[in-house]
Design a protein around this ligand. Structure first.
Ligand SMILES: Nc1ncnc2c1ncn2[C@@H]1O[C@H](COP(=O)(O)OP(=O)(O)OP(=O)(O)O)[C@@H](O)[C@H]1O
Ligand SMILES: [Mg+2]
Length: 248
C-alpha cells in the first residue's frame, strides 16, 4: 500500500536561497511524523509544498500514490479535501470577522458539501460547545480557537493533516488538551499527521517517528524512541540537550 504522503527530493527556493534542500519523507495512515528543527530551517516551506499550496522547484509530492506536482488547481481541488492544514495562529487563520460556525462551514461550502448538522457534528468531535458557533474568534480562548481550526480542517473528511506548530502559540496549560484531542482523533479516524514543531519535549509524546531538519535538510530520521536513546546526528543531540536543559 502506498504511504498517505510521499515527499521525495523536495526543493523550495526563494530567489538564490534554498529553503528546502532535497527533503524526503513519508507519512502512513494512522501515523504521526514530527518534523522538528530551529526557526528558519524550512519546516513551513516544506509544509506548504507538501500541501500543494506552493509549487516546489523540484522533487515529487505524491498523495496516496498520485503525483501532485504539475497538476493544475482545478485538478488539485477535489484532492485537497484529503489533506488539510492546521496553522499555528488559530485567531489569524480563522478570520477575525467570521463566526466560528461559518469558519467551520467554509470548506463545506467551497466543496459544495451538505451543511445540515455537519457543523454541530464537527464541533462535537473537537469538544467545542455548539453554542460557540455564533461567536467570533476573539471571544474564544486560544485553545478553543485551535479546536475550531481543527474542526475546520476535518470538515471534508481528510486522511492527512499537516499541523504547522499547532500548539506553539497556545498557553502551556491548554497544550496537553489539544495534543490529547489530536491523539484521540487520530485513533478514531485513522488520520496521518505531519506534525511540525521546534520542541523535542512535544515530539516525545506526540509522534511515532521524527525527522530532524537543519538548514533546509533532514539530517536524521527514525522512530521516536530510537532518536531519543541513540541520537546519531550532532544537531539531534543538541536539540535533546536543549530539552534536558529546559526540564532538568
Ligand atoms: N516567502 C518567502 N520569501 C522569501 N524567503 C522566505 C519566504 N518564506 C520563508 N523564507 C525563508 O526561507 C527559510 C525557511 O523559512 P520557513 O518559514 O520555511 O522556516 P520554518 O522552519 O518554518 O521557521 P519557523 O520555525 O520560524 O516557522 C527562512 O530563511 C525564511 O526566511
Ligand atoms: Mg514555520
Amino acid at each position: 500500500m502506498s504511504p498517505l504522503i510521499e515527499v521525495t527530493d523536495l526543493v523550495v527556493r526563494y530567489g538564490d536561497h534554498t529553503a528546502v534542500d532535497r527533503v524526503s519523507f513519508t507519512v502512513d495512515e494512522g501515523e504521526t511524523l514530527a518534523l522538528i528543527g530551529e526557526s528558519g530551517c524550512g519546516k513551513s516551506s516544506t509544509a506548504l509544498a507538501a500541501l500543494a499550496l506552493r509549487r516546489p522547484d523540484s522533487g515529487s509530492v505524491r498523495f496516496a500514490g498520485q503525483e501532485l506536482t504539475g497538476l493544475r488547481e482545478k485538478q488539485l481541488r477535489p484532492l485537497r479535501a484529503q489533506f488539510q492544514p492546521v496553522f499555528q495562529d488559530p485567531y489569524g487563520s480563522l478570520g477575525p470577522r467570521t463566526t466560528i460556525g461559518d469558519a467551520i462551514a467554509e470548506p463545506l461550502r467551497v466543496h459544495r458539501r451538505p451543511l445540515e448538522g455537519r457543523v454541530a457534528e464537527l464541533m462535537d468531535l473537537v469538544g467545542l460547545d455548539t453554542s460557540y458557533a455564533d461567536r467570533l474568534p476573539h471571544e474564544l480562548s486560544g485553545g478553543q480557537c485551535q479546536r475550531a481550526g481543527i474542526a475546520r480542517a476535518l470538515a471534508l473528511g481528510p486522511r492527512l493533516l499537516v499541523l504547522d506548530e499547532p500548539v506553539s502559540a497556545l498557553d502551556p496549560s491548554v497544550r496537553a488538551g489539544i495534543l490529547n484531542l489530536l491523539t484521540e482523533l487520530q485513533e478514531r479516524l485513522g488520520l496521518g499527521y505531519l506534525f511540525i514543531c521546534h520542541d523535542m519535549a512535544l515530539v516525545r509524546h506526540a509522534a511515532h517517528r521524527v525527522a530532524v531538519m537543519s538548514d533546509g535538510r533532514i539530517v536524521e530520521t527514525g522512530p521516536v524512541r530510537e532518536l531519543f536513546t541513540e541520537p546519531r546526528h550532532p544537531y539531534t543531540r543538541e536539540l535533546l540537550d536543549i530539552e534536558a536543559g529546559a526540564h532538568p
